[in-house]
Design a protein around this ligand. Structure first.
Ligand SMILES: *[C@@H]1O[C@H](CO)[C@@H](O)[C@H](O)[C@H]1NC(C)=O
Ligand SMILES: *[C@@H]1O[C@H](CO)[C@@H](O)[C@H](O)[C@H]1NC(C)=O
Ligand SMILES: *[C@@H]1O[C@H](CO)[C@@H](O)[C@H](O)[C@H]1NC(C)=O
Ligand SMILES: *[C@@H]1O[C@H](CO)[C@@H](O)[C@H](O)[C@H]1NC(C)=O
Ligand SMILES: *[C@@H]1O[C@H](CO)[C@@H](O)[C@H](O)[C@H]1NC(C)=O
Length: 850
């Protein structure tokens, strides 16, 4: 049977490494595409839950399965937000199930992960509570100092890995009288409990602390909110859609007003069932705050589902000026330099390094890149190596083989390298060092003989050299279907918060998971303040009072990367003006024809006096995900070219309680269409001179291309697209004919990568002799994506294994092995942002013999 998501990790890595030419260009390969659960599906039926039409549709669906003689098991019924069921049914019946008319949607069961990648958990241990440094930069401290809002009587639902409810930050209680955790349930069987106690994972406890913790100087954004804790993510960090949907239904039944959703599947589309759940919650006036995802290293269009939902508030991660980090002190020549621990390693005890020597690792040629064996004596030492020229894994392996105790990598340029990821496991602690600190250490080490390190489990406050930049891992938008995502950013790196008591009570974690609860907490405060008039204004206050960030050259980062920038809790809570478009959605459009794009921005004055405002347009860097030589650009390429903006009026004077609108017209006259740019910017309203008031930013975004004019297939460094043998993973000669036995691991696998989102892909079988004709005599169609996505596993690599079968579209009986002969697989790929123009890829010849 067709396999849509297996792990061929070792094989793929071999391919990657053999083709590797420069470290900077190694894209991340799928690390765990076992996220698809075989033989289980979430089906939604036509009709609304609880209505007679909906119930009839459900009955009809199961009657049809019986008629078609398709065996099934019902694991879960959904009758509140969704009209649906979670069923067990063999994958081979997929098409047959799909063809039942009362099935509105059929979603493969996809496991979601709380903190996809990089899993950055630099947990410290045994810390007393400390204040959250990020609060200084988000307006949260100001809210705390000068308002009374603390989330009292607002119900916030958290769907995550549970919580350690014995933690003092949540009152060390669960559902007892006056306890802040008043609701909760556990859907995952691994703890054998019905309550959501989490002592094995920690993610949910950390995010709950950011949102609503309260213990001495440690305070979350809404420290007195009432909590509903729905445990749908297990100790293994994975959550099944079966439980996530159930948890969302329960949060709704319990009357939660804000739901912070921790699940995400990469490469999401807004019609995935997770996104549908968000839309349903929102339709019931429940705000849903989601993390944008941690796939920013894969470039554009990496916001996860359900964050891609138009109705979620999708939060990316921004760096802030001061950070806590685990660290070691390096003392050399009488000087002590603190060095950050790299972020993602959690398990290797720091204590082993106590009083270790610190030394440079040099090759026999005298360089310090660590790409060849280390020639000097580094036994038991922390070894200083420079970045570049080979993979971090190679460097780590060389240090490990020379007997080094830890790797410390200093940067070759001024970019951040807070995270060290080894492509395969090397059991070595690692540290990352900014370029200037690294160069200072090299000079000191060269001038002095002995250097030692001291380490303990405390944290140190570092100046973050990347302050106010979007975090490199924060997923890029936009939504592949067009709308602006992420909506805004909040601090997400090195966030100090609560952990289960058995994990040390407090510690640091990084990811957009840490950014989302800031905003969820803010939404709770806004609800409590009652100052938000209606739901749409609440969303618009959160989004439009944020502060767009600029790079060192003074250019605004793309809206596709930062939305409207860093959340400002104080301004959102005290804003007098609300801005929005008619449909309350930030504006985007397809710019196929160099025309002008007019839209209206509506405003309402909720203050007590006249507001005098001026308008200005700000241009962001334009970005492109399509690189030179049709290799996908990660990170995206940038250009300072943008659109021009004109206003029907450049100033506004509005009385208390009044409203109105003004017209904005965007004109793209200059952009080179071949560069496939996404341009963006802000319409800003700022207080006229002599007046006071906040600055409001309203984002716009345009697509200055038609993707039918680009090759959507990335011709990457690895020689993709290509066909490999499942057992070998080397690209096969495209001009030769390749025989497969279709047994064991001897199946053909097609590897592809897309540079732009693909709306649909179909795969047909054709005779090799007439490759452009689909096979005529048998049912030829064997796979079509059930939804629009880059790949059914959600990753940017697509790998399709062909089992040599012909797959029927409607009846399982028509699935059979193709007869002896020579075939090709023909991929019909339809990118988004085209006028339905199909692109093709034809595989090398596949021979089925005996
Ligand atoms: C789901 O609903 C069907 C039909 O009402 C019922 O037969 C079945 O027992 C239910 N299953 C579960 C797991 O609730
Ligand atoms: C809030 O109050 C604390 C304690 O008085 C003070 O240290 C901090 O600077 C204040 N922050 C703001 C943003 O006003
Ligand atoms: C916290 O919330 C509870 C209601 O859940 C309320 O009774 C209590 O007064 C609040 N505490 C503070 C300090 O506002
Ligand atoms: C590292 O050095 C700083 C002073 O430079 C000191 O405050 C801190 O305690 C030292 N940390 C360790 C673990 O020795
Ligand atoms: C909030 O949602 C984000 C992502 O959607 C998640 O990673 C985080 O764990 C959630 N926080 C809480 C408190 O549930």
């Amino acid at each position: 049977m067709l396999s849509t998501g297996r792990v061929y990790r070792a094989g793929l890595l071999a391919l990657a490494i053999s083709a590797l030419s420069a470290q900077a260009q190694v894209p991340r390969l799928p690390t765990d595409n076992s996220l698809l659960v075989p033989n289980e599906y979430l089906i939604t039926f036509t009709g609304e839950p609880g209505t007679s039409e909906g119930i009839a549709a459900a009955n009809d669906f199961f009657a049809s399965l019986k008629t078609k003689k398709i065996p099934y098991t019902i694991y879960e019924n959904y009758t509140t937000l969704l009209n649906g069921a979670y069923i067990g049914v063999e994958d081979k019946y997929y098409d047959a199930v799909h063809s039942i008319s009362t099935a509105a949607s059929i979603s493969a069961s996809r496991l979601s992960i709380t903190d996809d990648s990089p899993p950055i958990n630099d947990k410290s241990t045994a810390n007393p509570p400390l204040p959250m440094l990020a609060d200084e930069y988000t307006g949260v401290n100001l809210v705390r100092n000068s308002t009374k809002w603390d989330g009292t009587n607002v119900k916030v639902g958290i769907i995550d890995s549970g919580i350690d409810y014995n933690h003092p930050a949540f009152g060390s209680c669960y559902k007892t009288k006056d306890c802040r955790i008043q609701y909760g349930y556990n859907y995952v069987s691994d703890t054998g409990r019905t309550d959501p106690l989490d002592t094995c994972n920690g993610h949910g406890t950390h995010v709950a602390g950011i949102l609503a913790g309260n213990h001495g100087v440690f305070k979350g954004v809404a420290p007195n909110a009432t909590l509903g804790i729905y445990r749908a993510v297990g100790c293994d960090n994975k959550g099944s859609v079966q439980h996530l949907a159930k948890a969302a239904e329960q949060a709704y039944k319990d009357g939660m007003q804000v739901v912070n959703i921790s699940f995400g599947s990469p490469g999401g589309w807004s019609d995935w069932v997770m996104s549908t759940l968000v839309d349903k919650l929102r339709a019931h006036q429940i705000h849903v705050v989601t993390g944008a995802g941690n796939n920013g290293m894969d470039g554009l269009w990496t916001v996860v589902s359900p964050a891609v939902s138009r109705y979620s508030i999708a939060v990316g991660s921004m760096e802030v000026p001061k950070i806590y980090s685990l660290y070691m002190n390096v003392t050399v020549g009488g000087k002590t330099i603190p060095v950050r621990r790299s972020e993602q390693q959690t398990t290797i005890p720091l204590i082993n390094l106590k009083d270790a020597p610190f030394t440079r690792g040099l090759s026999s040629a005298g360089d310090d890149y660590g790409c060849s064996p280390i020639a000097n004596d580094v036994k038991g030492a922390v070894v200083l190596i420079q970045r570049q020229y080979c993979s971090l894994t190679t460097k780590a392996a060389n240090v490990y083989n020379a007997g080094g105790a830890a790797l410390a990598v200093y940067n070759t340029d001024s970019s951040d390298m807070g995270v060290i990821i080894f492509e395969y496991e090397v059991n070595l602690p690692s540290f990352t060092i900014f370029q200037n600190d690294g160069q200072a250490l090299v000079a000191l080490l060269d001038a002095n003989k002995d250097a030692t390190v001291t380490v303990d489990h405390s944290v140190f406050v570092f100046d973050n050299q990347f302050a106010t930049a979007p975090a490199f891992y924060s997923s890029w938008g936009p939504n592949p279907e067009g709308p602006i995502k992420p909506d805004l950013l909040a601090p997400g790196s090195y966030i100090y918060s609560s952990l289960p008591l058995n994990q040390g009570s407090y510690g640091l974690m990084s990811g957009t998971s840490m950014a989302a609860p800031y905003v969820a907490g803010l939404v709770a405060l806004l609800i409590q303040s009652g100052a938000t008039f209606d739901d749409n204004n609440l969303m618009s206050n959160v989004i439009h009072t944020a502060t767009p960030a600029k790079n060192a050259a003074g250019q605004f980062y793309s809206v596709a990367q930062q939305g409207t920038g860093l959340v400002n809790a104080y301004n959102a809570l005290t804003a007098n003006l609300a801005f929005r478009t008619r449909y309350n959605l930030p504006t985007y459009y397809d710019d196929f024809s160099y025309s002008t794009y007019p839209f209206a921005i509506y405003y309402e004055n909720h203050g007590t006096g006249v507001a005098n405002y001026k308008f200005a347009a700000k241009t962001c860097l334009s970005v492109s995900g399509v690189g030179t030589d049709t290799i996908m650009a990660t990170p995206p390429l940038t250009s300072t070219a943008g659109a021009s903006v004109s206003f029907s009026t450049t100033s506004l004077s509005t009385k208390a309680g009044s409203n109105g609108n003004f017209q904005v017209t965007i004109t793209n006259s200059k952009l080179d269409r071949k560069a496939f740019l996404i341009y963006s910017g802000y319409i800003q309203a700022y207080a006229a001179s002599g007046s006071t008031g906040y600055t409001y930013s309203f984002p716009y975004m345009g697509y200055a291309y038609d993707s039918s004019s680009i090759s959507v297939l990335d011709k990457s460094l690895y020689g993709l697209p290509c066909m490999v043998r499942q057992s070998e993973y080397q690209c096969l000669d495209p001009s030769a004919s390749h025989k497969f036995t279709f047994t064991g691991r001897d199946f053909p696998v097609i590897l592809l990568r897309f540079q732009a989102p693909v709306a649909q892909m179909m795969i047909k079988v054709a005779y090799a002799a007439t490759p452009t004709k689909n096979h005529a005599s048998v049912e030829d169609y064997f796979f079509s994506l059930q939804s629009r996505t880059m790949d059914s596993t959600g990753y940017q690599y697509v790998e399709k294994v062909w089992d040599g079968m012909s797959h029927a579209t409607s009846t399982p009986q028509n699935v059979y092995m193709m007869p002896k002969g020579k075939y090709v697989l023909r991929f019909q790929i339809q990118p988004v942002r085209t006028n339905n123009k199909i692109q093709y890829y034809t595989s090398p010849t596949i021979e089925i013999g005996s």
